[in-house]
Design a protein around this ligand. Structure first.
Ligand code: PA5
Length: 463
């Protein structure tokens, strides 16, 4: 089973010069600080950072596999209702490990997967017009059990299910993932008797993809969830080593922090050269942005910290963003995600005789799309390096549940470690909560009257 590899050669001053690149001496000089950061995070494994142990939750895995087997073949559609950390990982896993055309033609007996995180009425209304209650299972996911976007969708789809299947009949079409005792959603589970799974304590939304939050919908559409957890466990073992050059999460976190704070690069671009991994970059954008973007330091001082995550996808964004990346301001660093062997080899036919005098097509004829894809990727890497833009690579020899599990765990741990380097609490999200509170107030929720008055007085509500 292959390990994913983190290559930082093109972040180093040897490749891009000392103005924008880091020296090996600078990095190794941080060993003591890195060891302390790793020890601080690992020390919380048994208390509030329980997500570090998710790869080993065998009983949870068994209950998910049992449930998936019990409903297997019964539903044609699985619909996740959730948002943020309760949705992005589900989409990322499905894109990485399912066919891009899974929903057009699912394998026999396997359901389609829809992750409905946006409540734009034009989207939800269209979905309501098309979904088939008889053959659809909803997985309602909310750790807090009260997020307005998720709960409103729950009410809408529940009503439609009841209308078609009756009070009793609708219950088998809903499975809930939420806190074991807190929140409105848990109360609803208790009243209705829905099947349910637990978001464990010490597992925040954006760190929850390896819990039932991400695993249940994955198992229901045939993703190898056991392989995912095995990959995460293998990365966990690799990252227990505090030697900087042996620990990819530690090294990644340090490079992020140093390029930002010492080389003036606040923008972190994740650039998968893989259609399958495009949504992994979107998942990481939330993990990084929501964890490190903070007003206060750990000591409560106002610092307004945080890198800005951007996601791009190769080759598509070569023709939209790469011009900026190669020639624009020196305010970005890049993580290319590269893949060795793919599932398909697509040959470009030999150039027909009629076009052989046309160099623009003759050099393509008889080659393969993989050769072209690699040439484009390496061309971008060379252009970035020649322009002195720091660019690291995370290499997947193949995209499997095992390598994806490694990547997820590596990035979760890296972001936790960044919290130590940036000196912010990586595990709260007061900015998101502030938006939720304001929305509750605007919707007239009881208990939020004072907030509503404050908003109206400040006239910050828009039509
Ligand atoms: O990472 C987070 O904590 C957030 O993005 C949440 O996942 C998001 O706000 C949804 O919250 P909940 O799962 O409580 O509905």
């Amino acid at each position: 089973m292959s390990q994913i590899q983190f290559d930082l050669s093109n972040v180093l001053a040897d490749a891009i010069g000392t103005d924008h690149g880091l020296t090996m001496e600078e990095l190794l000089g941080e060993q003591a600080r890195c060891s302390a950061a790793l020890a601080a995070i690992q020390a919380r494994r048994e208390t509030d950072l329980r997500w570090l142990d998710l790869p080993y939750a065998q009983d949870v895995l068994d209950s998910i596999l049992d449930y998936a087997a019990s409903v297997g073949g019964r539903f044609k559609n699985i619909v996740v209702l959730g948002i943020g950390g309760s949705a992005l990982g589900n989409t990322a896993l499905q894109s990485a490990l399912g066919s891009p055309f899974h929903n057009v033609e699912p394998p026999p007996g396997v359901a389609r997967l829809f992750v409905r995180d946006n409540i734009d009425p034009d989207l939800v209304g269209e979905f309501l017009d098309h979904f088939d209650p008889e053959h659809t299972l909803f997985n309602v996911i909310s750790k807090s059990g009260g997020t307005a976007e998720t709960m409103s969708q729950f009410l809408i789809f529940r009503a439609r299910l009841v209308e078609h299947l009756g009070e009793e009949g609708h219950r088998d079409h809903i499975v809930v993932t939420t806190d074991k005792e807190n929140g409105v959603l848990r109360e609803i589970v208790n009243r209705e008797g829905y099947e349910s799974f637990i978001v464990p304590d010490g597992v925040g939304g954006r760190f929850s993809v390896l819990s039932p939050v991400g695993l249940l919908s994955s198992a229901l559409v045939g993703i190898d969830v056991k392989g995912l957890l095995k990959g995460a466990a293998d990365m966990d073992k690799r990252c227990k080593n505090d030697a900087l050059m042996e620990n990819p999460a530690l090294l990644y976190a340090l490079v992020q922090h140093k390029l930002h704070e010492e080389k003036g690069m606040p923008i972190a671009v994740t650039f998968p050269y893989s259609h399958r991994l495009a949504n992994m970059a979107a998942w990481y954008a939330q993990l990084l942005g929501e964890s490190i973007g903070k007003r206060l330091s750990k000591g409560g001082e106002e610092v307004f910290r945080g890198p800005t995550p951007v996601s791009a996808v190769g080759v598509t964004d070569q023709h939209s963003q790469v011009q900026l990346y190669v020639e624009g301001p020196f305010d970005k660093w890049f993580t290319l995600m590269t893949v060795g062997t793919g599932d398909h080899e697509v040959k470009i036919p030999k150039t027909p005789a009629a076009f052989r005098d046309l160099e623009g097509v003759d050099s393509l004829g008889g080659r393969s799309l993989r050769e072209l894809f690699r040439a484009e990727r390496d061309g971008t890497r060379i252009a970035l390096t020649d322009a002195k833009r720091p660019n690291a690579s995370i290499h997947f020899e193949t995209i499997t549940a095992h390598t994806v599990g490694q990547y997820i765990y590596m990035m979760e741990l890296a972001v936790a470690l960044m919290g130590e380097f940036y000196d912010v609490d990586a595990f709260d999200q007061p900015g998101v909560e502030a938006g939720k509170v304001a929305a509750y107030a605007l919707m007239g929720r009881a208990g939020f009257e004072a907030e509503r008055e404050r908003i109206e007085a400040a006239s910050c509500a828009t039509k």
